[in-house]
Design a protein around this ligand. Structure first.
Ligand SMILES: Nc1ncnc2c1ncn2[C@@H]1O[C@H](COP(=O)(O)OP(=O)(O)OP(=O)(O)O)[C@@H](O)[C@H]1O
Ligand SMILES: [Mg+2]
Length: 312
């Protein structure tokens, strides 16, 4: 199990067998902070879970949208790329794997069954929890605020990174793409979503600190590649590009120079219609078919389809 010091964020890997009590007191050897820690629930105790299968299979069709930086358009990308792929006749499941439930709310749903409840449900709980949206070919697996409990219960338990992958195996054949929206943090959600992914899309705004954020997630992806998912690949997506701004152009050029070969050709411009569509609880292409960002998300879908994931 992993224990994280709440004061200095130092991480310690402890042997599960040495921890008998559900709660214990720990002292951080780096900052000397004394704190209460708890033993996470053992992953092997989850019903219908097959760790061996999760570890030995590949999910070719899973695309995780991730960046630990907040507000960079992860959810907007998941929603609008999801609809764009569905418009290309691909069957798409958008998986809201963020306790903020922004993706779920953006489609006008609330108080729906989330992965938290599904994990304790029957073997077909993912299938049952999926909502067919009003758009052709497009499904949503929703989130709710109970999702935060997953981090408390399982983060740090050995093999906790395979929990989502195990459950996605039950529905993978129904979809051409499963897009996973993640929160702006690393821990239970992002580590699970990266472990399940074939491709990670890293949305990145054209601001001064964006390269720092990309470096951090690329380092994390290297760790995931070594530890839980050797098949993972990453692509940077430039979002909220302001074509009138010199700074935006400079940073865009810098991103393309720094991350050659792993930056999508398509970029997403700043477009007020994305925000307006969100207020109306709909994807931007439904709100306004002429929207610049909407058309760019369609181009992104075509770029992804033009380079099938198997060719990565
Ligand atoms: N291309 C765009 N043009 C203008 N506004 C945008 C664009 N893309 C996203 N936004 C707006 O930026 C805000 C943040 O977007 P979004 O919620 O998708 O980011 P996020 O990375 O998912 O955030 P979080 O880290 O909190 O999950 C939202 O208000 C959204 O409407
Ligand atoms: Mg979000």
């Amino acid at each position: 199990m992993i224990v994280v010091c709440p004061s200095c964020q130092s991480r310690y890997e402890l042997n599960d067998c040495l921890v008998q009590e559900p709660n214990f007191v720990a002292r951080c050897t780096k900052c000397q902070h004394i704190f209460s820690a708890y033993r996470p629930v053992r992953v092997e105790e989850i019903k219908f879970l097959s760790l061996a299968e999760a570890k030995n299979s590949e999910l070719e069709n899973v695309v995780t949208i991730s960046n630990q930086k907040g507000g960079v358009a992860k959810t907007s990308t998941c929603l609008n790329l999801g609809l764009s792929l569905a418009m290309q006749n691909k069957r798409v499941l958008m998986f809201d794997f963020d306790a903020q439930a922004n993706l779920t709310i953006s489609l006008g749903y609330k108080e729906k069954t989330s992965f938290y409840e599904a994990l304790n449900g029957q073997a077909d709980a993912i299938e049952r929890g999926m909502i067919k949206t009003k758009y052709d070919n497009l499904w949503l697996f929703p989130s709710n605020k109970n999702m935060v409990l997953l981090n408390k219960k399982y983060f740090g338990a050995s093999n906790f990174e395979f929990i989502l992958k195990d459950r996605l195996l039950t529905v993978k054949d129904r979809f051409d793409f499963i897009l996973i929206d993640t929160p702006p943090s690393i821990e239970f959600f992002t580590l699970n979503a990266l472990t399940a992914a074939r491709l990670v899309v890293i949305p990145s705004q054209c601001d001064y600190l964006s390269t720092h954020g990309i470096d951090q997630i690329l380092k994390l992806i290297q760790l995931i590649k070594a530890k839980t998912n050797p098949h993972i690949e990453a692509r940077v997506l430039i979002t909220m590009f302001d074509k009138e701004s010199t700074a935006s152009k400079m940073i865009c050029a810098k991103l393309k120079r720094l991350y050659p070969g792993i930056t999508f050709n398509t970029l997403i411009e700043m477009d007020a219609r994305i925000r307006e569509a969100q207020i109306m609880s709909m994807p931007v292409l439904e709100y306004n078919q002429q929207s610049t960002a909407g058309r760019q998300y369609l181009n992104l879908a075509k770029e992804i389809l033009g380079r099938p994931l198997e060719a990565l």
